[in-house]
Write a protein that binds this ligand. Sequence first.
Ligand code: CTP
Length: 397
Amino acid sequence: MKNVKIILGVSAGIASYKTLDLVRLLVKEGAEVRVVMSANAAQFVTPLTFEAISGFPVYCSIFDAQNSMEHIRVAENADLFVVAPATASILAKMANGLADDALSCTHLAFKGPVLVAPAMNDGMWNHTAVKQNISTLKSRGVEFIDPESGDLACGAIGQGRLADITVILDKIKNYFIQRDDLKGIRFLITAGPTHEAIDPVRYLSNPSSGKMGYALAEQVKTRGGKVTLISGPTNLKPPLGVNFKACKKAEEMNLLVQENLEQCDVLVMAAAVGDFAAENLEKEKIKKQGDKGLVLKLVATKDILLEVAKRNLGKVVVGFAAETQNLVESALDKLKKKNLDLIVANDISSPGIGFQSDSNKVTIIDREESIENLPLKSKREISDLLLDRILALVKST
Ligand code: CTP
């Protein structure tokens, strides 16, 4: 883990003494570890002890005049943020965006991936409030290493012990192993909706937010791959380091995909491309005719994936399927018709998942018709699982 920079957030749990060993092992592996402590964590282990083991000053007070912007500096310079042990209190602060001590401020200032290893009494662990905070954090892509069952500091036996330090260490190492596994692979990703204009002020579109395609682009970058991101109109900021191309109409998206296809190894069509466009684009705004309605003639847009299939360039091609009924049958039908390697199907009729949401419940189907139903996951987690599958396909071709 040479050149790897980790923030280790320590909150006020009895298990914080165990994380001294985590710091020691991470440093031994070559990582640079910056310890940040919550307001009360020093009641258990002194900052000086962490300082001695990490070799860096420990950040533990926001009211230190010399270090008043330290949370920003620490957050800007790290690859991964690990919180271990995470108490019920820090989970609540993280879930609700509180920033009243060094640890919670650093969490809000950090933009990268977050890994959390909770530790608490089993009753607290099973409390609905804690469960809800965990589910909020998971929906934002925060990863968890669940506590183990056994003897707890309070004398009870149950789930709540900090996961074994070797388990936490392996999870951190895995994160960095995975980090560069897409090096040398060029991805072409589409995202968002398309806008098909009817007149100068109106258009046909759909509620796609673009979050899935952008999450995929972000994860490809994090894992060392190259990305060209072709996006319809969204409110999202393109991830740093991607080759970004904006478009509006399905026809423009098609042209950009066809132009960039040869220079890529993998195409992922996560965009919700409009299937219909107005036959005639009115030059002036269409005026209301009293209470008369309006009949619009629509024509089909080009199916981008079908156009890609016709060119037969031997790329790995992944499609998405947005369905309101017969999820698997319809997705399988699209996979065959569009000659895809994988299709990711999601049921857009279920409330709270899909289009606008940060999380989704998808089914991944491959050419062999093997079907993998994933539970509800953040779009970042889905991206990682999908990228694992794509990587296996790239390696086998
Ligand atoms: N797609 C495409 N070109 C289009 C429409 C869709 O390339 N004109 C792609 C989407 O990006 C997605 C896949 O095809 O990867 C399936 O899109 P979906 O909207 O689920 O299905 P359609 O093929 O449009 O069929 P239908 O709307 O009838 O379900």
